[in-house]
Design a protein around this ligand. Structure first.
Ligand code: SF4
Length: 359
């Protein structure tokens, strides 16, 4: 029997590497950006279209919900059409997990508490082991086993941790360690606490996500509030910014968060001032146009869009590229030096041209 991997320390325990197709999770690898498809798998073309859009946005792992046998039967067709690491999200029926492994999926996400007997969970583990597939053990505050919930009275962080500990017993007994852990809740404070506990107890990589966090604006704020304190402590190996809306937004939000924390930046960061009574240009329009114009660019540059001469020139000079505006026109800066000034309607085009020319 394998020894339990649990140990509690004040610092996050170093994470073992978990290989998922061509990427490594944990062990110091970059924090991975994950999202999910919304279309039913058996529609095939629709989820494949979503996967391709997600890949274009830089998504590194795509989770696909597999609700029934019809969905499971479409998994080989989806697998054939993409090389992106695919995660099958399975609840209740262990045969769906077996089908996903057989179809060549790279990772299975299960909540062992709703799969049923230990034998059924064991079947998934054995199949995953044979195929070299990783498993994410995902517990959720809404589906903690009844006896654990009764013991802790409500789905608190210790209750979530107890659910993880119970699930892990089966995996470790079968000497399976290709594991990622996640404990999700809608409470920002509980999410931070439970993930600190998880990261300090187990050597398995951790997937972070605030569940059901809401629509893009609200959900983005809540998710950032929950994930940032963890990521800054080095906790979290994959993230998903759960948003009600286009999955591509989850990827964009994930990278924005990682870049804001200085953890990962692969595309331009735009800093724009909010505008005020001093602004003499349409700063909203300029900032939107710059963001839109930079969409296809994959370079870790900083671009400042500033509305006036008070903070504008200073901020713009700190960035790699920038514009600082005055009355109906603005100065274009590159690496701290003013190149020249342009009328407002030519400013964005001049900035984008300069960026493209120098990258
Ligand atoms: S940079 Fe200038 S225009 Fe922009 S908010 Fe600050 S003071 Fe106002």
């Amino acid at each position: 029997m394998a020894k339990s991997s649990a140990s509690t320390s004040a610092e996050p325990v170093p994470k073992i590497p978990v290989q998922v197709r061509d990427i490594v999770i944990g062990a110091g690898a970059p924090v991975r950006a994950q999202s999910r498809t919304q279309a039913r798998p058996d529609a095939v073309r629709a989820p494949v279209r979503q996967i391709r859009r997600l890949a274009g946005a830089g998504c590194e792992l795509v989770r696909i919900a597999v609700p029934d046998q019809n969905a499971a039967s479409a998994l080989p067709a989806i697998r054939q059409r993409t090389n992106l690491p695919l995660v099958a999200d399975i609840h209740f029926d262990h045969r769906l997990a077996l089908a996903a492994i057989k179809a060549g999926f790279d990772k299975i996400r299960i909540n062992p508490g709703n799969i049923g007997s230990k034998e059924k969970v064991g079947e998934i583990i054995r199949a995953a082991k044979d195929a070299g597939v990783a498993i994410r053990i995902g517990v959720n505050s809404g589906s903690i086993p009844k006896d654990i919930l009764a013991r802790y009275r409500h789905p608190s962080p210790p209750a979530l941790l107890a659910a993880i500990a119970r699930a892990l017993e089966v995996f470790e007994k079968l000497d399976f360690h290709n594991i990622v852990l996640s404990a999700k809740t809608t409470s920002v404070r509980d999410l931070i606490t439970v993930n600190e506990m998880l990261a300090r107890t187990y050597p398995y990589p951790v997937h972070l996500g605030l569940t059901e966090s809401g629509s893009p604006f609200v959900g983005g704020i809540r998710s950032a509030a929950a994930l940032a304190p963890l990521l800054l402590q080095g906790i979290g190996d994959t993230i998903r910014i759960s948003l009600t809306g286009d999955p591509v937004l989850e990827v964009i939000a994930g990278y924005e968060l990682l870049a804001a924390l200085g953890l990962r930046q692969s595309r331009p960061l735009v800093y724009s001032c909010p505008g005020c009574g001093r602004t003499r240009v349409n700063i909203n329009r300029l900032a939107r146009a710059v963001e839109k114009g930079l969409k296809g660019i994959k370079a870790p540059i900083k671009v400042a869009v500033m509305g006036c001469v008070v903070n504008g020139p200073g901020e713009a000079q700190e960035a790699d590229f920038g514009i600082a505006c005055g009355q109906g026109r603005g100065a274009l800066f590159v690496k701290g030096k003013v190149l020249r000034s342009y009328p407002e309607d030519q400013l964005v085009a001049a900035l984008l041209k300069e960026i493209t020319r120098r990258l």
